[in-house]
Design a protein around this ligand. Structure first.
Ligand code: F6R
Length: 331
């Protein structure tokens, strides 16, 4: 049930602290992790779709940055074109464990002799059964079609593996998530009022904030039906800046890694009349301070809340967006 919440999505956004905490507790005592860490020493390919792909981006960014390890990240709907890449260790990330494209990539990988690690939320799902080793996110059932608590649970699990590989500690992610929701919810609601009338917008990020910019844009598109495009802040000047004009909205996902780069992007758009809004510690939507590694926990909730309120204020049901199903089992 929805309890005191008007929608499952809002409830599930608020369950993220618990989901993250349970996932971290479970993965940090999971005996399968030992074998997984051994497999991760070799060549690693990640396949996933949609929001799960964004969790894969967080993983590959952290491994590249901390360990100089290059993970191949494939959008599962495209992976079969490159079937020769699907070998060695393949991590398939899927909330439902039923996504057709992801399963297709897994089956190719197995034919190629790969070891498949499934990161899955639904126990007993097809991916759970077909993977050689399953690791479980402990988000509990997610009813809203838009993935929220399962995303941060995937991020938690994957960053836990990164922490074991790098020795860099993951510090109380659930507290960051809870403080992020508390801090940002009022701001997210007010900004949703302004943005709900817009046709189109960019969500810019860089480094650790880029996967969150993509994820934020996906949430906005899928439930509020406003076109939102995630883009690297520096890359935006190579074409997309042509869209900058009076009133065109640009959201910027903050990261501590290179604020100056984000500032430059802001100026490029603002000087052409664009409305620029920051999501971060001193932002138009306020999120807690954090280092780059913990950034998903602090800046994801504000984007989820923004998308949620945009949908609700426009009169749409955020739990059942048109044209979308909870598991995409079709080709
Ligand atoms: C977005 C969303 C979808 C799914 C995608 C993959 O909110 O829900 O983009 O993330 O269809 O689904 P799973 O993780 O079940 O493979």
């Amino acid at each position: 049930t929805k309890g005191n919440f008007p929608h499952f999505m809002l409830k599930e956004i608020h369950e993220q602290g618990t989901a993250v905490k349970e996932t971290l507790m479970s993965i940090s005592t999971d005996p399968r992790v030992k074998e997984v860490l051994e497999l991760l020493e070799g060549r690693v390919v990640v396949v996933a779709a949609g929001t799960s792909l964004h969790a894969g981006m967080v993983f590959s960014y952290a491994l590249g940055k901390l360990l100089g390890k290059d993970v191949i990240l494939l959008d599962s709907s495209e992976a079969y074109h490159l079937e020769k890449l699907l070998k060695d260790t393949v991590i398939a990330i899927s909330q439902s464990g039923e996504t057709y494209d992801t399963l297709k990539a897994v089956r190719i990988a197995k034919r190629n002799g790969a070891k498949v690690i499934g990161v899955v939320n639904v126990l007993g799902s097809t991916l759970d059964r077909e993977a050689d080793i399953s690791l479980y996110t402990r988000a509990g059932p997610e009813i809203g079609v838009a993935a929220t608590k399962t995303f941060l649970s995937q991020v938690t699990l994957l960053l836990y593996l990164v922490s074991r590989m790098s020795g860099v500690e993951l510090k109380d992610p659930h507290l960051l998530v809870e403080s992020s929701i508390r801090k940002s919810i009022g701001y997210a609601r007010s900004l949703a009022e302004r943005l709900k009338e817009k046709q189109s917008m960019f969500v810019l990020g860089t480094g650790a904030s880029l996967p969150i910019a993509y994820e934020g844009a996906l949430k906005i598109k899928e439930i509020s039906y406003v076109h939102a495009e995630g883009y690297p802040a520096g890359e935006a000047k190579h074409g997309p800046i042509a869209l900058a004009e009076e009133g065109f909205p640009v959201l910027i996902a903050w990261t501590p890694e290179d604020e100056e780069k984000l500032q430059v992007a802001k100026e490029e758009f603002a000087s052409r009349g664009s409305e620029v809004y920051w999501v971060g510690p001193r932002g138009d939507i306020v999120a807690p301070e954090s280092d780059w590694l913990h950034l998903p926990f602090t800046i994801t909730p504000p984007f989820q809340l923004l998308a949620y309120y945009m949908a609700v204020l426009k009169g749409y049901d955020p739990d059942k967006p048109r044209n979308l199903a909870k598991s995409v089992t079709v080709h």
